[in-house]
Write a protein that binds this ligand. Structure first.
Ligand code: SF4
Length: 493
């Protein structure tokens, strides 16, 4: 365990995140001096801290406590009394990053950035009138981001601006509908997902509750333009054809579909896709579908609990093409247990043979306490392999399919401290994916585990969560509706 002692309760999250980025295998604790003396448990672990951070009146000092005499200090001049300034936070992060990178003799691809939306920084630079190159240079200088990642962020931000040119920011919104059932639960899953076999008898009750939520919330959004619709989950294609038909009929009854620029459905699990279901989906103007292999290695599919074969991925993909879909996305994950660079190369080769219209490349994110985390603890960390080399391989394969990167985000505890990138052929980018990352348009989200986001004037963002548990959602849907009314999503910009 790595322990850090800070003399006052400031910037613990930033210190923790940077240390985790350098030492992902370690449990990191950031304690104040008050914590360390006030609790017997903490006294124990604080006895030999790794690092001490001292905020004094006119300076800040960081020192390693292992006798190495490594120390960094900055003179701050006159500070605001409450010390919660962006300037001080940035200074601390630069100082700590500099110390850690010297000690470890390595830099991090994303420098001192710990947020999940680096393209927002590049986007702001573009909006301020900078060129792509200037926006990239600013990220390198201000946040110590590597030249490659800085340029990628700026190029993506530029592409996002072009793709979002026709979005109605002032009076428009996007709609998310969650169907939280899956054939089985993947080892790494962090989404609302309930095993269909156990919940089969309650799917219709779930759709009843969803209809109540749709009806009430569509009233809140009356008069506004609906730009994009995304049906996610879970796996929406676990619904039977008649249930899917009902879902689309509900959407068309309550929401204004005439201006929708993109209508996506997740058909993530190939083992949930049938031709009958695809015919229903096609009949309702869905423009984009996602069929997700995650990997094309049989052993890994079994290991991560997906219980479908590589051949089923190919069959599901062929069925989507046969049904007439001309915008098929595929998701893959880098850093899956036991997978090597060669496995990644092989998955990319097989995906290239299928030739989807977009490819979303995720770096595995390890949630604390998840089944995957337990697996890693049992098997050892060395079984997870994700490097910039894997990302480059994916970028090359995407380029080979005529795709360009169009959105990017990072997650907490992401393998290799890397990123997730969406690639698409021209005209096939997932608009909703960009909107959710850029946070410039309100998103009305319905169903268990969904999170609505209301964007108000001056960029103020407020969120409202629906409960994750299906049974609780069904019983308390009126409360979920009330939350959105209180959020004032109908009055957002
Ligand atoms: S398909 Fe997606 S939502 Fe379903 S269990 Fe797997 S990761 Fe979770």
């Amino acid at each position: 365990m790595i322990t850090v002692i800070v003399n006052i309760d400031l910037y613990r999250y930033e210190i923790h995140s940077l240390l985790k980025a350098f030492y992902p295998r370690e449990d990191v604790k950031v304690l104040t001096e008050a914590d360390a003396v006030g609790s017997r448990k903490y006294q124990q672990i604080a006895r030999e801290p790794f690092l001490r951070v001292v905020f004094a009146e006119k300076n800040i000092t960081l020192s390693f406590c292992d006798g190495s005499d490594q120390r960094a200090a900055a003179v701050l001049g006159d500070l605001p009394a409450d010390r919660k300034s962006q300037e001080l936070k940035t200074l601390l992060k630069h100082l700590l990053y500099d110390m850690l990178s010297k000690r470890e003799e390595r830099t991090l691809p994303w420098g001192e950035l710990i947020g999940i939306r680096p393209t927002k920084i590049a986007m702001q630079s573009l909006l301020d009138g900078k060129t792509v190159e200037e926006a990239a240079a600013a990220m390198e200088h201000d946040h110590l981001v590597s030249p490659g990642k800085a340029l990628l962020s700026a190029q993506i931000a530029q592409r996002e601006r072009e793709i979002l040119a026709d979005i109605h920011y002032k009076n428009g919104y996007s709609l998310y509908v969650g169907i939280p059932f899956c054939p089985t639960t993947c080892l790494y899953c962090s989404f609302p997902s309930f095993n269909l076999a156990l919940w089969k008898d309650r799917v219709d009750s779930y759709l009843d509750a969803l209809e109540r939520e749709m009806k009430a919330c569509s009233e809140m959004m009356k008069g506004r333009v609906l730009d994009t619709v995304y049906i996610g989950g879970g796996t929406p294609t676990t619904l039977e054809p008649a249930q899917l038909e009902r879902l689309f009929a509900m959407l068309e009854k309550y929401f204004p579909m005439e201006n929708v620029q993109e209508f996506t459905i997740e058909a993530g699990r190939p083992d949930s896709i049938t031709m009958d279901k695809l015919r229903v989906i096609r009949a309702h103007d869905v423009t984009r579908i996602s069929v997700n292999p995650q990997t094309m290695k049989e052993e890994t599919l079994r290991l991560i609990g997906r219980m479908h074969t590589v051949d089923e991925v190919r069959q599901a993909y062929a069925m989507c093409r046969e049904a007439g879909f001309d915008n098929i996305n595929m998701d893959m994950i880098l850093g899956l247990p036991e997978e090597t660079l060669e496995d990644v190369r092989d998955t990319l080769r097989q995906i290239t043979d299928l030739s989807p219209d977009s490819l979303t490349v995720h770096s595995l994110a390890l949630k604390r306490g998840s089944r995957m985390q337990k697996y890693i603890e049992e098997k050892g960390f060395s079984s997870i392999y994700n490097t910039d080399g894997c990302m480059e391989l994916a970028a090359e394969a995407a380029a080979g399919m005529g795709m360009e990167p169009y959105y990017l985000y990072r997650q907490k505890n992401i393998s290799g401290n890397l990123e997730n990138v969406g690639y698409a052929r021209p005209g096939k980018a997932g608009i909703y994916n960009i909107l959710i990352m850029e946070e410039k348009q309100s998103i009305l989200a319905l169903g268990a585990g969904s999170i609505s986001k209301a964007v108000f004037d001056h960029g103020r963002i407020e969120r409202s969560d629906n409960c994750k548990d299906v049974a609780t959602y069904i019983e308390n849907v009126e409360e979920m509706i009330g939350r959105k009314a209180r959020l004032g999503i109908g009055d957002s910009q």
